[in-house]
Design a protein around this ligand. Structure first.
Ligand SMILES: Cc1cc2nc3c(=O)[nH]c(=O)nc-3n(C[C@H](O)[C@H](O)[C@H](O)COP(=O)(O)OP(=O)(O)OC[C@H]3O[C@@H](n4cnc5c(N)ncnc54)[C@H](O)[C@@H]3O)c2cc1C
Length: 402
């Protein structure tokens, strides 16, 4: 390992899951980190997401404290837990042994509210020494004469740092400046997601499958469940409806489905999020001098395998480990790109295929999807290789002790 001779500085654009994870990991690895977030507050609305073994291991690698926090704030899947795979009338197609998978991989699946994960990451970043500036956007960057990067901010100021981490999401302005590779691609379905409580189905996780609709439901602890419906639709139609109308339209779409499932949506918190689902083709590079893409800015993927945030957590760990191991920032960034680009590109393409299969948009496709679940006892064609990822080591003594 080379000797680090001065405290290197990083600006992280974006305080989402990727940006906050990067901030915590980089600060834990000894960098002086400033997160710049455009929104006036960090917290996200409503729904939840699934941390798989790879994301849980990444959280553990950032710090033992963060790993303990996600276990405490989410719902830890037990060794005997199964996920029901249902058709729209409530028939059980299969019981997926999600607890056993966690046992085999040595880390559990943890469904968790987004707000809880964001708060845990924010607290961790701050505890590691990162500072967070809200209501401030990164507007551009340029190479500095000394080889570093100068970041232009929306308040008219500029800051020069050893690196800029672009964690500014699927619509990343920094990526546009770097790659100019057009808009993300709509993949033929939208999503409505939120949370519900008091369902008699709690805490049973399940995936219910209709024609052109898939409903994913998981417990997040405290009697609450998060849910995400993916609906085959024309681009733009559902987001334009607004929350209340989208929830009503979803209930109409579920007409005739198994009644307890419909009730779960009927009783949902009205604060739903409606998002059309996009991804991008894998990028040939994530680097421009001292600027590195991370999370959805680097590899936006459809949520079929629930891997977007998990990959962002992995990115954060690998980037921090590369900077820990190499004093030379340019070498560290190349190492980060080398370790991440091939893996995430494969997951982007795999998620795209899985997403098309999940939708079951025609009668034949619906039958093929349901038959797959019956025959294989799981939702996804292949997820084990993806979630089996492990980090090489804890990031630093500071991170291991935290
Ligand atoms: C329906 C659905 C279900 C999903 N389920 C899962 C799941 O179960 N598991 C999973 O792992 N993933 C899931 N995902 C994917 C996951 O939500 C994303 O991959 C993840 O949130 C990406 O995090 P990010 O930090 O890269 O981007 P974002 O969360 O988009 O954060 C980007 C941040 O950057 C800020 N920003 C933007 N521009 C600027 C700027 N110029 N300057 C400063 N700040 C800026 C934004 O305000 C935002 O806070 C799901 C996604 C969807 C749509």
């Amino acid at each position: 390992m080379e000797q680090v001779s001065h405290k290197r500085t990083a600006v992280v654009a974006g305080g989402g899951i990727g940006g906050l994870a990067a901030a915590a990991a980089l600060a834990g690895a000894g960098l002086e980190v400033t997160v710049v977030e455009r929104a006036p507050s960090i917290l996200d609305v409503g729904s939840g997401l699934m941390l798989y073994a790879n994301g849980v291991r990444a959280a553990d690698a950032i710090s033992a404290r963060l790993g303990a926090r996600v276990r405490a704030d989410g719902h830890v899947t037990g060794p005997d837990d199964v996920r029901l795979l249902l058709d729209s009338t409530g028939n059980v197609l299969s019981k997926e042994p999600i607890g056993q998978v966690g046992e085999r991989l040595g880390a559990p699946q943890i469904p968790i509210l987004r707000t809880a994960l964001q708060t845990a990451l924010l607290d961790e970043a701050v505890a590691m020494g990162a500072s967070v500036r809200l209501a401030l956007a990164v507007e551009g960057y340029a190479g500095a004469p000394d080889g570093r990067v100068t970041v232009r901010l929306s308040d008219g100021s500029a800051v020069t740092a050893d690196l800029l981490v672009a964690a500014d999401g699927i619509k990343s302005a920094i990526r546009r400046h770097m790659l100019d590779d057009g808009l993300p691609h709509y993949r033929g379905y939208t999503s409505v997601r939120g949370r519900t409580s008091g369902s008699p189905l709690y805490p049973q996780p399940f995936v219910a499958n209709g024609r052109g609709v898939q409903l994913f439901v998981a417990p997040v602890g405290g009697g609450a469940m998060y849910w995400a419906a993916k609906i085959t639709a024309e681009a733009g139609v559902w987001p334009a409806m607004g929350r209340t109308a989208a929830l009503a339209a979803l209930l109409e779409t579920l007409d005739g489905w198994h009644e307890p499932i419909v009730d779960l949506i009927r009783d949902a918190d009205p604060d739903v999020a409606v998002t059309d689902i996009h991804d991008r083709d894998p990028a040939p590079t994530w680097l421009d001098g001292r600027v590195a893409l991370l999370g959805d800015a680097a590899h936006p993927m459809v949520p079929a395998m629930g891997q977007g945030a998990n990959m962002a957590l992995e990115d954060a760990v690998v980037l921090a480990a590369a900077l820990r191991d190499h004093d030379d920032v340019d070498i560290a960034l190349k190492e980060y790109e080398r370790q991440r680009i091939e893996r995430t590109s494969a997951v982007v393409l795999h998620s795209r295929r899985q997403g098309a299969l999940d939708q079951g948009a025609s009668q034949a496709e619906e039958t093929a999807r349901n038959d797959f679940m019956k025959a294989h006892g799981r939702k996804d064609e292949s997820i084990f290789d993806v979630v089996a990822w492990t980090p090489t080591s804890h990031l630093s003594r500071k991170a291991a002790e935290a």
